[in-house]
Design a protein around this ligand. Structure first.
Ligand SMILES: *Cc1c(COP(=O)(O)O)cnc(C)c1O
Length: 384
């Protein structure tokens, strides 16, 4: 009998899991061993930093299958995945095109570390495909985008990015953290390399850091060779937690999608809310493109309440359910003001230019019941 691996929940539960079961264990055990015996049947040595323990191998297959990629590499954090992938693709003298709204750590790596290695980058306005050619140079090797940008939830036309990269023979790279493969399968869509901070949705429980590089085998293999020297390999215990978390990815994401949409619609209709950023809202400038590309709009939104920063502070303090803290993608709701967390490294002037007001609130919806979340938003807004 051929095993049926068609449904996405089935894939999440079963892909990459060892058969036959090891000692009959229904869950792949943690191989908490840094090194392994060399046996005649082995093709090489096995060691955690080589990312080839049984826990790594199982995860790699699950990660590759869920994005529709040829192969995958798990890493010690999202930034380990991003840095290894960029260093695999770029060498001295190369040029990178990057979307201007970017995760802060990625922005720092590209603007502070890559220039030291003779790698230059130019930022482009993802919402204006007509302007992209002006960022192109004869040395441009790759183009880098995020599926949904943070904190204003912008969505660029990812099909146009793929077309542009094919036309100009660029390596296409996407950080697919915010959508997750439930809402958008980036490698299947055609991206050469697809990156994740698995610390967010893929693990989903805010208890580990991890990352992933998924995509074309020669590029992922090159990233693995970089990672070997950079040293950012994931510990087997964290591998185990990530693998466990991934099994419920779709169940969680569907609830995140529903909760974020309900919260965005509720907030958009509230007289004390002056702006809501969420691609699932019908009047979002990114709604049309997000609807064409994604099967869901994700669990994160951002908004502004009347009264600016001080009102935002009062609102956040008044919330009972969401914790005031950075990060996102866990089962529990989190809120943060990007001006004090993810974007505090930017100057106030640069933030203003980017449209990130000091009072902006980012809301990572958890999987709590919608009625409870909306009631909490309501009572907190009464205090503003
Ligand atoms: C959190 C995050 C990262 C960095 O991931 P770490 O696991 O914290 O290293 C990269 N990209 C995006 C979009 C993120 O949200």
């Amino acid at each position: 009998m051929k095993t049926q691996f068609n449904g996405f929940n089935t894939i999440l539960v079963h892909a990459g899991e060892p058969r036959p079961l090891i000692e009959g264990a229904v869950t792949l055990p943690i191989f908490q061993s840094s090194t392994f015996e060399c046996r005649d049947t082995d093709s090489g040595m096995r060691y955690i930093r080589l990312n080839n323990t049984p826990n790594h191998i199982a995860l790699h297959e699950k990660l590759a299958v869920i994005e529709g990629g040829e192969t995958a590499l798990v890493t010690a954090s999202g930034m380990a995945a991003i840095s290894a992938a960029l260093l695999a693709v770029l060498k001295q003298g190369d040029h990178l095109m990057v979307q201007s709204d970017l995760y802060g750590g990625t922005h720092g790596f590209i603007t502070q570390d890559l220039p030291d290695m003779g790698i230059e980058a130019d930022f482009f306005d993802a919402s204006d495909p007509g302007s992209w050619e002006t960022a192109l140079t004869p040395q441009t090797r790759a183009i880098y985008v995020e599926s949904i940008s943070n904190p204003l939830m912008k969505v660029c036309d990812l099909e146009a990015v793929l077309e542009f990269s094919r036309k100009h023979s660029l390596i296409s790279i996407i950080d697919n953290t915010f959508t997750s493969p439930v809402n958008y399968k980036a490698a299947a869509a055609g991206f050469d390399l697809c990156l994740h901070s698995c610390s967010k949705y893929l693990n989903g429980h805010s208890d580990i850091l991890a990352g992933a590089v998924i995509g074309r085998k020669p590029l992922v293999d090159k990233a693995a060779r970089k990672l070997l020297h950079l040293g950012g390999s994931l510990d087997p215990h964290a591998c185990f937690l990530l693998q466990r978390g991934m099994k419920t990815l779709q169940l969680r994401i569907l609830q995140h999608n529903d909760n974020a949409l309900a919260a965005a619609q509720y907030l958009a209709g509230h007289p004390k809310v002056v702006a809501v950023h969420y691609p699932g809202l019908a009047d979002s400038p990114y709604h049309e493109v997000a609807q064409r590309l994604f099967t869901g709009f994700g669990g994160v939104l951002s908004f502004e309440v009347q009264g600016g920063t001080s009102a935002a502070e009062i609102f956040i303090k008044a919330l009972h359910l969401p914790t005031n803290g950075p990060s996102l993608g866990g089962v529990e709701s989190l809120v943060t003001r990007p001006a004090t967390s993810s974007h505090r490294g930017m100057s106030p002037e640069a933030r203003r230019k980017a449209g990130i007001s000091d009072g902006l609130i980012r809301f990572s919806t958890g999987i709590e019941d919608q009625e409870d979340l909306l009631a909490d938003l309501e009572q907190a807004l009464e205090r503003v």
